[in-house]
Design a binder for this molecule. Structure first.
Ligand SMILES: Nc1ncnc2c1ncn2[C@@H]1O[C@H](COP(=O)(O)OP(=O)(O)OP(=O)(O)O)[C@@H](O)[C@H]1O
Ligand SMILES: [Mg+2]
Length: 277
């Protein structure tokens, strides 16, 4: 069975396929009773929430709260000690990232060493799901694939680059990009996998202000097109502008859930994170 057979039904010809999966009234993602223990450390403690399709949800909390671990479990990188990760009706808990990806749940990843030696366009093309499992270098060397992909995937990659304002970097090596531009390429790579939902861990961290704003605008546009977003971010201004709803974690637990306005007035949130109270 081809790797992308499941997502293929969700494909639309546009650069992005914000498939409005999940039926009306049903969360696209639901985590239930998620717990992750590392030895004696309970990194995530009985976490439960749902995310409706087409919404952007922020996950915030102090350092060590368990946010990244929660995202890693959702993306399949870490197995939960217990609990369920229901995505579009399928329990993905404990399944590897490529299975989550096949269902349209895509987590962005920092560009690894080998990607620095590829051009931006190549970085996007090797992120197309059908190539997973093949060696990247084999895929890049496979002229037949390049030829076959000319019409669809190369055009789609150009669309993705254009919407991320990276068109002029198409042929640049990833290693020559700034940190912020690399973050945009990471988002571009995720989009090439035709996500129903994007999961991002601190997409604006360590990026200069203007590029951070650019990343925020790109994410906002994707959300407005119906892509579902879950992001961890410490920059609360961006979270407030981008997210319909925010979940606050502290010490592995969910301590609050609401919009930023509501959260700012809650004492336990202020105490745990927002620096007031
Ligand atoms: N692989 C691991 N092995 C052991 N402990 C871990 C592992 N990963 C995370 N932890 C611990 O789990 C807890 C939660 O870590 P996590 O990285 O999820 O926090 P976080 O909310 O993302 O923090 P930050 O805001 O600093 O990124 C911490 O106590 C951390 O030390
Ligand atoms: Mg983290």
């Amino acid at each position: 069975m081809p790797e992308n057979s499941v997502v293929s039904q969700q494909q639309v010809p546009a650069a992005v396929s914000p498939a409005s999966a999940g039926q009306d009234g049903e969360p696209l993602l639901r985590v239930a009773g998620l717990t992750v223990r590392f030895g004696g450390v309970v990194a995530v403690d009985d976490l439960s929430f749902g995310i409706m399709p087409g919404t952007a949800v922020g996950l915030i909390g102090p350092n060590g709260a368990g946010k990244s671990t929660a995202l890693k479990v959702i993306g399949g990188e870490v197995k939960p000690t217990s609990g369920a990760v229901l995505f579009d009706g399928v329990n993905l808990a404990g399944r590897p990232p490529h299975v989550a990806a096949r269902h349209g749940l895509i987590r962005t990843f920092q560009l690894g060493g080998e990607f620095a030696r590829l051009s931006v366009m190549e970085n996007l093309l090797v992120a197309v799901p059908r190539l997973r499992g093949q060696s990247i270098w084999g895929a890049l060397a496979g002229r037949r694939w390049w030829a076959a992909a000319q019409d669809a995937e190369v055009r789609r990659a150009r669309d993705v680059l254009s919407r991320l304002d990276l068109t002029d970097k198409c042929d640049a090596y990833a290693r020559d990009l700034s940190g912020g531009q690399r973050k945009l390429v990471e988002i571009g790579r995720a989009l090439m996998a035709r996500p129903k939902m994007l999961v991002l861990d601190e997409p604006m961290a360590g990026v200069n202000r203007s590029l951070a704003r650019h990343i925020e605008e790109a994410l906002k546009a994707l959300r407005d097109e119906g892509l579902t977003l879950l992001l961890v971010e410490h920059e609360l201004g961006s979270v407030e502008r981008l997210c319909d709803r925010v979940i606050v974690m502290a010490e592995g637990r969910q301590i609050a859930d609401g919009d930023m306005g509501q959260l700012r007035s809650r004492e336990e949130v202020l105490r745990a994170y927002l620096g007031g109270g």
